[in-house]
Ligand binder design. Structure first.
Ligand code: PEP
Ligand code: MN
Length: 266
């Protein structure tokens, strides 16, 4: 099988400040102070190229924090103004896309719980028609390569050419040391059928805990993945979501310095 997407190389649409491409920031924007303080420290490391923060959080179970909502866009804009970092957030509906475009968000991503649903992805793709914004597509929660490919195709068919895939691991019934098993072979297969597609690894959601992150990040680089998305928080222990897997900006910086770089030119 061959997947042909009409895409532009990653380095033409992201200013990579430091190799590997690093996208970081909190799982969720919680307060203006939390987001700005985290962003400042991340910018000071000199290693981060894009600031991420979720403001609409698709939770598996009801009753958990579902994101701060649109006010988070204002905080992201402030963080960008102050640090100069481009900003990224997750979109799951057409109205999320519209709000992000109005607010000047630089990069959008489709989350793992959205990639599983072709209607949701198509709704997002339709809202993107005629827009020239980078979009990253996380793998679906289940290990179905066709769903991942289908979502990438829907976004590409809408005219988006600045596309990357994010490998965040897959749900498994078996208990493992991972939160989401990496099943590296699926990412490798995607790369094989579409060599021009940049793949960014998300060790945070694969590991589900801070301790494993360096090993998964290193493995991703050894497999020539083009970048890493790693969650960070000014005070991970009190994070409102994904507290076990977030790193302080200092810990993140140390891990990145210790990685053995083998990033492929793209
Ligand atoms: C996230 O990036 O915080 C997130 C919700 O990720 P995923 O869609 O991979 O579960
Ligand atoms: Mn998260």
């Amino acid at each position: 099988m061959k997947l042909s997407l009409n895409i532009q190389p990653l380095h033409t649409w992201i200013d990579v400040k430091n190799e590997p491409l690093l996208i970081s920031g909190p799982c969720s924007a919680e307060t203006e102070e939390q987001l700005l303080n985290t962003a400042r420290l991340l910018a000071n490391t000199g290693k981060v190229s894009i600031l991420r923060a979720g403001i609409w959080k698709p939770r598996t179970r009801p009753g958990e924090f579902e994101g701060i909502g649109s006010i988070g866009l204002e905080w992201l804009k402030k963080a960008k103004e102050e640090t100069g970092l481009p900003i990224a957030t997750e979109v799951a509906t057409a109205s999320h896309v519209e709000e992000c475009l109005k607010a000047g968000v630089d990069v959008l991503w489709v989350g793992a719980r959205s990639t599983v649903n072709p209607f949701t992805v198509q709704e997002i793709a339709d809202a993107l028609k005629g827009v020239d914004i980078p979009v990253m597509v996380k793998n679906p929660v289940n290990p179905d390569l066709s769903l991942w490919i289908g979502a990438l195709e829907r976004i590409n068919n809408a005219g988006i050419t600045k596309i990357a895939a994010i490998h965040r691991g897959f749900t498994s019934f078996e208990k493992t040391s991972y939160r989401n098993v990496p099943m590296w072979e699926l990412a490798i297969q995607l790369k094989t059928i579409c060599p021009e597609l940049p793949i960014i690894n998300d060790p945070s959601h694969i590991c589900g805990n801070r301790e494993l992150i360096p090993y998964v990040a290193q493995k991703a680089l050894d497999l020539d993945m083009q970048g890493l998305m790693i969650e960070s928080h000014i005070n991970p222990l009190v994070a409102w979501t994904d507290a076990k897997q977030q790193l302080t900006p200092e810990a993140l910086s140390k891990i990145i310095s210790e990685l053995n770089l083998r990033v492929a030119a793209s």
